[in-house]
Design a protein around this ligand. Structure first.
Ligand code: HEC
Ligand code: HEC
Length: 266
């Protein structure tokens, strides 16, 4: 059985209090076993042709949508996980961003044993195919949630997102993540509707060096300049917002970004 707990991000970032705990690890391990079985089977859609005569195997369709059902057990229907729990939505994020992440799980620049296990034998071409498949999905986002933050905390979050904190050299999040926070081509993801614990976990992982992007790793610098309070407040604010259906990542910037980001290198 895989050691799911060993890389569990709760250890990386104690603020991940509502994240998965060892108590639900067996369920996860089971889920993973199922996911792996499905992935290995190659095709895993709902049984086709239930009316096929006894003794005759129904035709098996092998499409990428069917093969990717192994991922949807964790990432939600069609890859659109909600803002609950820990699993991130992957549908509609820029293809180059998704590809970079798949590579990083494979090489260990990002740590999550289950993901690494699934990806370890996949070729780069296949990872490109997977990334394009999820990037092209145009699916509804979960509805906005009532904010659990005090008015002053909401104002602080909005300030960071739209204006940054110039005195601490923190650029506005929108300057890289897009004016609508739906991401920016080629390789910056949208952040709205991701689970707050996931966002907190990622920013914490950058601060402790558990997550790394291509050098210069602008997000590591941004995360290091944020305080723990900033992280908690901005993550909870981002998680509670929504986006209208059909919102796509902003086009690639025509002027330089406020900091150099290696992941945007050609
Ligand atoms: C056992 C559950 C599980 C399965 C199955 C799984 N993932 Fe993940 N995936 C996760 C978790 C948890 C994370 C976040 C890990 C972290 O903390 O960095 C993640 C992260 C990702 C990310 C990065 C998302 C982002 O916004 O940065 C991508 C892309 C991804 N997974 C794609 C896939 C694909 C493609 C598959 C199927 C081949 C898959 N995952 C199967 C649990 C899973
Ligand atoms: C200078 C550009 C820049 C700025 C400013 C910036 N980001 Fe980012 N951010 C990036 C890039 C590029 C990535 C993708 C890194 C990678 O490839 O892993 C990223 C990724 C992230 C992720 C990971 C998302 C996921 O799906 O895993 C989070 C969370 C994040 N940023 C939060 C923020 C917040 C909050 C702010 C504002 C306080 C901010 N960022 C400001 C460039 C930036």
């Amino acid at each position: 059985m895989l050691q799911l707990e060993s890389g569990w991000p709760a250890r990386v970032w104690p603020a991940l209090s509502r994240g998965p705990t060892p108590t639900n690890a067996p369920t996860l391990a089971l889920t993973l076993a199922l996911a792996l079985a499905l992935a290995l089977a190659g095709a895993c859609g709902p049984a086709q042709g239930a009316s096929a005569p006894a003794g005759e195997l129904p035709p098996v369709q092998d499409t990428i949508a069917q093969r990717m059902q192994a991922c949807t057990v964790c990432h939600g229907k069609e890859g659109r996980a909600t803002n609950e729990g820990y699993y991130p939505r992957i549908a509609g994020k820029p293809a180059a961003y998704l590809y970079n992440q798949l590579q990083h799980f494979k090489t260990g620049q990002r740590h999550f044993p289950a993901m690494r296990h699934l990806l370890q034998h996949m070729s780069d071409d296949y990872l490109h195919e997977i990334a394009s498949y999820f990037a092209e999905l145009d699916l509804p986002y979960p509805p906005a949630q009532p904010s659990t933050l005090a008015a002053s905390q909401q104002a602080a979050a909005r300030q960071l997102v739209f204006e940054g904190a110039p005195s601490r050299q923190i650029p506005a999040c929108v300057s890289c993540h897009g004016r609508e926070m739906a991401g920016m081509l080629p390789a910056t993801p949208g952040l709205l509707t991701l689970p707050a614990d996931y966002l907190i976990g990622q920013l914490g992982a950058w601060r402790t060096g558990q997550r790394k992007a291509a050098e210069p790793d602008c997000m590591a610098t941004v995360a290091q300049r944020l305080t723990e309070d900033d992280i908690a407040v901005v993550s909870r604010w981002l998680s509670a917002q929504t986006l209208p259906l059909g919102t796509h990542p902003a086009p690639a910037p025509t002027s330089p970004m406020p900091m150099r980001c290696g992941s945007h290198a050609p």
